[in-house]
Design a binder for this molecule. Sequence first.
Ligand code: SOE
Length: 365
Amino acid sequence: MSELKQTLNIAMIGHGFIGKVHSNAFHQVGHFFQTPFQPRLKVVCGRDREKLEAVASQWGWEEIATDWRTVVDRKDIQVVDIAVPNVLHAPIAIAAAAAGKIVLCEKPLAMSLDEAERMAAAVRQVPNLVWFNYRRVPAVAFAKTLLSEGRVGQIFHYRALYLNQSGSNPTKASGWRYQRAVAGSGTTGDLLSHSVDLALDLNGKITELMAMTKTFVPARDVDDAVVVMARFANGSIGSFEASRFAPGSRNRNSFEINGSQGMLRFNLENLNNLEIFDATEPANLQGIRNLLVTGPNHPYAENFWKPGHIIGYEHTFIATLGDFLGTLARTETFHPNFEDALAVQRVLDAIQRSADSNSWLTLEV
Ligand code: SOE
């Protein structure tokens, strides 16, 4: 008989694509992670009552609400999960933190660096998380292990791409993600923020960068594509490219790292695999190993299925929540949190300023 778990009543603000992904994680986390907490899908909040009722019945939310202000300081709510367009991240996070709630927030953290600084300051007293979920792709977590063990040696290059084709149909792509007043930026915040978070986590601080952005649809006031050259504190050099105008790529979040001992390569469109090149092997045996990172002895292999049984996009959110609840139980600091997302926002801010001024920028490290 399992011991009684502490219920965590959740209020989720927002109910679109990512709201469903979060709802699934709240339902599933206890099946894969030993945690003393039981997430309870208490109230889902949004503007459209009809859509809310449909999401609530499909995903098992007990209540609906149409005004987040009436929800974030409810006494019976312990967790506020922010899954709405970027312009609402700051007011909700700051209000929820002021009410002493645990705060979960989608990426990018904020509309601007100034907002991100105020948000990070506001949540310093409460447990907090930012859904940079790709850190918990087992193949990505394994790459981090190999890097921390020095298996790639001195890092020379960090190369990142995040490509999809969601923006290339101007008639379709007119939602909030394409409006600066609601999203803060375009591809930079939506896609490149993931690439920057992984680069800072896997390869350390960026000291300098030069960026270029491009908007292909004249009517739009956000970037459709962005390209960045960067220098890292560890002496390596980096290149980043993100675009919503890349027919042929659906969700290609990929990175490639070259070092003195070898190479690592990951592509989200093949998320269970990590490509490894070991330059210490005899030259005539050197070749790219396409590793299936599903165990044994791989990150999260104990949590999900038997070796060889692959996982999907949704499991990266379950693992993020599972680890978060683990740190909550042990009163440890979770990563990625608002401070980590603030570090990402500093880079995004420099990218915007560099693109606007066509110049190299130095970042405080
Ligand atoms: C964009 O299409 C998007 O949904 C991003 O907003 C998500 O953050 C990314 O994980 C998948 O692509």
